[in-house]
Design a protein around this ligand. Structure first.
Ligand code: ADP
Ligand code: MG
Length: 623
């Protein structure tokens, strides 16, 4: 078209599209899920804006928040339309081609190694999956602030945008037209589409209609020859379903008629919009929770979430919530820990989606959780900024943290590998699905353990609860993970402190002279080998009234030995000699100690100073 303005795709986007076009990936269905999800997002946005501005929705059909699907077999076009917020010309340019999101290159990279196209939605580039099935795509869009425009591309590195003067006006929203590739004609089969939509849209909160065909019997005058065939006007009511009898008319009394089959079209509703979180947890099956998780996470693998918690909070602040522990950590969980603001919790107020970037609901260290909160207490008709300051949020947050930590604790409790012998017997009696839960907490710890440690550092209120969830190896853990409670149960009589040592690896620490004496005396020592552990131990001072003692630091007490005093006396001159020769610039003090066995002497750091390991970490950070 002459009036079309041409644009080039941003380089990364272009690469992404090449990968999609040339992909041999067999599950091409995913494009539909991505388009429905985008339509639903667009509807959420307009509904949110309408809370403070009623006019925005307009009148008549325009105000219906719905999604419509149409199949055009003749032209091989599948179209999906929503009455969402729509896109201005500028939005079309930016969102569909020129601005690469942070996930674009991450996804391209992933696809070059062990890529699963199924994950495309998680990387924020789901739209481009249309090119799995189409070789030419048109996006017609009308936003309240602009005229209607058409975006089009054959995925050849460029796209074009024109002001739309030829299509039917949309009123508001977006219609995506997929000109299907020859090998993707199956997406014009009504039955296939219905199945897919039902499968992928189970948790979409807007009605989805398909322009479906239906064979009905109509009576036509028997004497009139087939002169008016095919001219019957189609049923267009979107409200009625299965109303086959309706078109029988009063004329059926008359004798000279005959029955003929005729195909009519009508809008057929494909989903029932019922929020899972409003149901009683007892009525929701495991399979439903898993599917709900997949739709929230945009993760359509077979992985089940590790755990979930669905509850109803009552009292001053009422809300319903569902929280999930994902099966795996997202690709960028710790990469962007301090600068990302993205939470994975969706906030609804009275069934209306408000935001999924609401950071006041969960602390950062729990940002690996997924889920949603729907509150009846929060006000609906205020701006997001006002909502962010609402006093109920604090209460909601507090309860969410508690529930989240309970849910994580239960992963450990239900894991037969975790419990002590007595508990194990009880668990075996009661639970049949031991195999599935076996090793579950280790898996949790490997994926999200760092988050628990960050929680101990950041959340003083819940420090003890979080410390209970801590796992580590020790001189007695036999290569497995163990907990503080288990450590305490193994403590020697008379042992007051919990001993630990920090370093870069367990192998290195096992050879440490600091352990000689402790091992010989059969004391257990915890190995902390993650760089974050040094910070962790600056915050975790005690647990169940036991103090933590770094065995490479000053202050290690292993019980009094009768010879201590004697030894101190007899080495008095030697210690003095050492002190003067080392001078105070290098050491604070020289002492006789009972912490060693074979090694003659060690350098110990002071109680309040950095450990040697911390010095190592700090040095590597400044390099
Ligand atoms: P994501 O949905 O994760 O943002 P997509 O690649 O699916 O990534 O979509 C890119 C962007 O295009 C969306 O963020 C949105 O701004 C815009 N968009 C896509 N589809 C629609 C639609 N039906 N209505 C309005 N905007 C849309
Ligand atoms: Mg999307």
């Amino acid at each position: 078209r002459s009036s079309a303005e041409k644009f080039e795709f941003q380089a990364e986007v272009s690469r992404l599209m090449d990968i999609i076009i040339n992909s041999l990936y067999s599950n091409k269905d995913i494009f539909l899920r991505e388009l429905i999800s985008n339509a639903s997002d667009a509807l959420d946005k307009i509904r949110f804006l309408s809370l403070t501005d009623k006019e925005i929705l307009g009148e008549g059909d325009n105000s219906k928040l719905e999604i419509q699907i149409k199949l055009d077999k003749e032209n091989k076009v599948l179209s999906i339309r929503d009455r969402g917020i729509g896109m201005t010309k500028e939005d079309l340019v930016k969102n569909l081609g020129t601005i690469a999101k942070s996930g674009t290159s991450a996804f391209v990279e992933k696809m070059q190694t062990s890529g699963d196209l199924n994950l495309i939605g998680q990387f924020g580039v789901g739209f481009y999956s249309v090119y799995l099935v189409a070789d030419y795509v048109e996006v017609i869009s009308k936003h309240n602030d602009d005229k209607q425009h058409v975006w089009e591309s054959k995925a050849d590195g460029a796209f074009a945008i024109s002001e739309d003067t030829w299509n039917e006006p949309l009123g508001r929203g977006t219609e995506i037209r997929l000109h299907l590739r020859d090998e993707a004609q199956e997406y014009l089969e009504e039955g296939k589409l219905k199945d897919l939509v039902k499968r992928y849209s189970e948790f979409i909160n807007f009605p989805i209609y398909i322009w479906g065909s239906k064979e009905i019997d109509v009576e036509v005058p028997a004497d009139e020859d087939e002169s008016n065939d095919g001219e019957e006007s189609p049923e267009t009511s979107s409200e009625e379903e299965d109303d086959a009898e309706k078109s029988e008319d009063e004329d059926s009394e008359k004798p000279k008629t005959k029955k003929v089959k005729e195909t009519t079209y009508e809008w057929e509703l494909l989903n029932d919009v019922k929020a899972i979180w409003l149901r009683s947890p007892k009525e929701v099956t495991e399979e439903e929770y898993t599917k709900f998780y997949h739709s929230l996470a945009k993760d359509f693998s077979d992985d089940k979430p590790m755990a979930w918690s669905h509850f109803n909070a009552e009292g001053d602040v009422e809300f319903k919530a569902v929280l999930f522990v994902p099966p795996k950590a997202p690709h960028d969980l710790y990469e962007s820990y301090y600068n990302s603001k993205k939470s994975n919790l969706k906030l609804y107020v009275r069934r209306v989606f408000i935001s999924d970037e609401f950071d006041e609901l969960l602390p950062k260290y729990l940002s690996f959780l997924l889920g949603l909160v729907d509150s009846d207490t929060l006000p609906l008709n205020v701006s997001r900024e006002m909502l962010q300051q609402h006093s109920s949020l604090k209460t909601i947050k507090k309860k969410l943290i508690r529930k989240a930590l309970d849910m994580i604790r239960k992963i450990a409790e239900e894991d037969p590998d975790e419990s002590s012998d007595k508990e194990k017997k009880d668990a075996q009696k009661s639970s049949g699905d031991d195999d599935e839960k076996k090793g579950q907490y280790t898996r949790f710890w490997n994926e999200f353990g760092k988050s628990i440690k960050l929680g101990i550092i950041e959340d003083a209120t819940n420090r003890n609860r979080l410390a209970k969830l801590l796992r580590f190896e020790s001189t007695k853990s036999d290569g497995k993970l163990t907990s503080l409670d288990q450590y305490i149960s193994r403590m020697k009589s008379g042992q007051k402190d919990i001993f630990y040592i920090t370093g870069s690896s367990k192998e290195q620490l096992e050879k440490s002279p600091f352990l000689e004496r402790l091992k010989k005396k059969n004391y257990e020592v915890i190995f902390f080998t993650d760089p974050v552990d040094e910070y962790l131990m600056q915050y975790l001072m005690d647990y169940e009234d036991k103090k933590f003692q770094n065995v490479s630091k000053e202050g290690l007490k292993l019980g009094k030995d009768s010879k201590d005093k004697e030894l101190k006396e007899s080495f008095k001159d030697l210690t003095k000699w050492w002190k003067t020769h080392l001078s105070f610039d290098n050491v604070d003090d020289v002492k006789v100690s009972n912490r060693l066995d074979n090694t003659p002497c060690v350098v110990v750091t002071s109680k309040y100073g950095w450990s040697a390991n911390m010095e190592r970490i700090m040095q590597s950070q400044t390099l």
